[in-house]
Design a binder for this molecule. Sequence first.
Ligand code: SAH
Ligand code: F3S
Length: 476
Amino acid sequence: MEKTIDENIQGTTLELDSKKQNTKKLYMESYGCAMNFSDSEIVASILTKQGYNTTNKLEDADLVLVNTCSIRDKAEQTVRKRLEKYNAVKRDLNPNMKVGVLGCMAERLKSKFLEEEKIVDMVVGPDAYKDLPNLLKEVEAGRDAVNVVLSKDETYGDISPVRLDSNGVTALVSITRGCDNMCTFCVVPFTRGRERSRDPQSILKEIQDLAEKGYKEITLLGQNVDSYLWYGGGLKKDFKSATEMEKATATDFAQLLELVAKAQPKMRIRFSTSNPQDMHEEVLHMVAKYDNICNHIHLPVQSGSSRILKEMNRLHTREEYITLIDKIRTIIPECSISQDMIVGFPTETEEDHQDTLSLMEYVKYNFGYMYKYSERPGTMAARKLEDDVPEATKSRRLAEIVAAQRAHGAERTKAFVGKTVEVLVERESKKNENEWSGRTEQNIVAVFPKGNHKIGDFVNVKIKDSTSATLIGEAL
Ligand code: SAH
Ligand code: F3S
């Protein structure tokens, strides 16, 4: 008995000591995709060991880190505006503050960033975060620091992320890094390098830790998850030269899904993003087989025109995509499907645009993310094709696909009215403090009166009404 008390006291003291040591303040902002948010949790973990605590007050920060996105010009402009803000705070309130840029813009602009934006002290690419302790020493000594080296094998599999802005219920777990697909519009293969997969054992361990902390849902994350292939480490493209043994014992995405589903039967499992050309039927069978793998597939298509898909170097046709959609509907009848779409890719005609609208009509996606084409320096499309669709045409086409998506979303959500769905409670509804907000396994937001339920509960909710994107119901 006494021993237990002693141990507790000792434990508390140790914890206080380690917090006391962390006196430096880190302010961090993240932009862009889920992968960036996941990376920021790795960076926070590395910096915690360097004596930093996070703060949400910019004016108090010793170090400001901004994790940046390059996917569209607008994303880069957003970061430039934030740098202006940091500049003003540094000038007026906090002259000793240091500023580092991380992520895709850091990788794209490299040391040019230091010239273009005087406020920046440090530039760190997505594969170089383990070098942060060294880079920070340089910065603290008053020198600029840059590391934008891309890696063949870095997956940060050995780093246990510090969860940021967490609801304690859902978490991101990264399983691959980089992308080999070379879609002609996309900057990601340049900023995040070649594709490599993370050791399944480290993935399982991270998820087990999350389960022990009470997390209820994880999303396996990668630019192209279906391409996951673990054969002992190294780049995916080098798999052909792996040994016979490595080939025979390799783990692909369907196998990884099964490992996770079996290891964590009580956890909801999601994955994102699937590129249609890399999705195998085996993955669909896993989703169908395991109740805890959510019936939702994010399946970006970008365009409904086979001609444009070819120009984009998406390695499938409209017809092959439709065949895949039909397969999903057969194997997983309850599956929701979502999309990413680009309008105004170079040379896109009115006929191509109509093909996109008719494909949307065929699939009737549950939801989607739609963008105007934004030319990215260095990509194949920027080098070979003129950005020739006028801005006004891009805007009109975007408005048309957004309207179509809204109508399809409304039709899909309405089909749930009268049904009972399982909702994992994530947060208070933004519109009504007396309601919870959560998601169904199809990844549709549902709200309902709080009752005695709490965040992290799985609740059976009877759906009474719907909007284009939200289900409205009551707990049973
Ligand atoms: N595989 C990635 C996709 C990368 S970017 C993932 O995991 O989500 C996300 C989406 O941004 C793409 O699917 C595409 O629809 C859009 N996008 C990428 N490059 C773009 C560009 N140059 N202009 C407009 N939209 C773009
Ligand atoms: Fe980009 Fe295509 Fe890869 S959209 S991230 S190059 S699958």
